[in-house]
Ligand binder design. Structure first.
Ligand code: PMP
Length: 305
């Protein structure tokens, strides 16, 4: 679905009109993927619009940039406030928030250091990422022929623009083969994550998710769901996950800001469990939505706009 225009985009400290939020074609980011970004959701709750774990997202943005020995010319507090200001300026109720830090116009060599570090924040309306029925019916996925980056190549803890060229290979391959999404393995053949989601499995009542060293992004939904599951009394383990677990798991689901908690009903055309969203998945999904949509927020994860 094409993005729906809103009024304003925050660029380097000022709110500019949507149509004026432009960069030069020779900006470093265009050529070399030199950007770091976040995807954050603002939910409409009974007490008004609220952003989910904004502080965590901004922290991860600063971590992503730090991995690349770059400095954002604003504080975390300033970027946090700018996100809220952009939501307010566009009078959004529920929306997606995209802060992006990028190397701009200046030099065209690979060395990014001479180029300015620019920051923009855009917001737009975004519904269910993996299709209208994904959350209730589950989705069909495949194991990608593409692997996630080997250790000590592209750092996957950084949410860097360049990483998503690999996500695109995975996504297009999956879509063209008739799947909604792909699961990638790491370079050792262990389960890593989706093109833009973390993965969970349920086996014999235990909740399992690949550990951080399996080339994945430390998802904020992932860590939230891990906490919710523990609080509900489930045993939760971060593991090295063999591929074959995908085929014998009782339940599988994706987590992510975009995907929220999305059940997976088949992998490589083989049913997961009985081919319907699993009971534990739906329980965790309900607990997650109770926080973000009903505003029942015992952890203080919502930041009211
Ligand atoms: N993995 C990748 C590659 C992603 O792009 C995302 C989305 N940011 C996730 C996992 C899920 O992370 P989060 O829950 O923080 O959105």
């Amino acid at each position: 679905m094409p993005v729906q225009k809103v009024d304003k985009i925050w660029m380097n400290g000022t709110l500019v009109n949507w149509d004026d939020a432009k960069i030069h074609v020779l900006s470093h980011v265009v050529h070399y993927g030199t950007s770091w970004f976040e995807g954050i959701r603002c939910y409409e709750t009974p007490k008004g619009p609220a952003v989910f774990r904004l502080d965590r997202h901004i922290r991860r943005l600063f971590d992503s940039v730090k991995i690349y020995r770059t400095e954002i010319p604003y504080t975390e507090k300033q970027i946090t406030e700018a996100c809220l200001e952009t939501v307010r300026a566009n009078r959004m109720r529920a929306c997606y928030i995209r802060p992006i830090v990028y190397r701009g116009y200046g030099d065209v060599g690979v060395n990014p250091l001479p180029c300015p570090v620019d920051v923009a924040i855009a917001v737009w309306e975004w519904g269910t990422y993996l299709g209208p029925e994904a959350l209730t019916e589950g989705i069909d996925v495949c194991v990608s022929t593409w692997n996630r980056p080997a250790p000590n190549t592209l750092p996957t803890m950084a949410k860097a623009g360049g990483n998503y060229i690999l996500s695109q290979l995975m996504k297009v391959e999956a879509l063209q083969a008739g799947f909604k999404e792909a699961i990638a393995l790491d370079v050792n053949g262990q389960v890593s994550e989706g093109s833009g989601e973390n993965l969970f499995a349920v086996k014999d009542g235990v909740i399992l998710t690949p550990w951080l060293a399996s080339s994945l992004l430390p998802g904020i939904t992932r860590v939230s769901v891990l906490q919710i599951a523990r609080e509900l009394g489930y045993e939760v383990r971060e593991v090295t996950m063999p591929r074959e677990l995908l085929y014998v798991a009782d339940e599988l689901f994706f987590t992510g800001t975009a995907a929220e908690v999305t059940p997976i009903r088949s992998v490589d055309r083989q049913k997961v469990g009985d081919g319907k969203p699993g009971p534990l998945t739906m329980k965790l999904q309900a607990a997650f939505f109770d926080i973000v949509k009903n505003g029942k927020d015992p952890h203080g994860w919502l930041k009211y706009v």
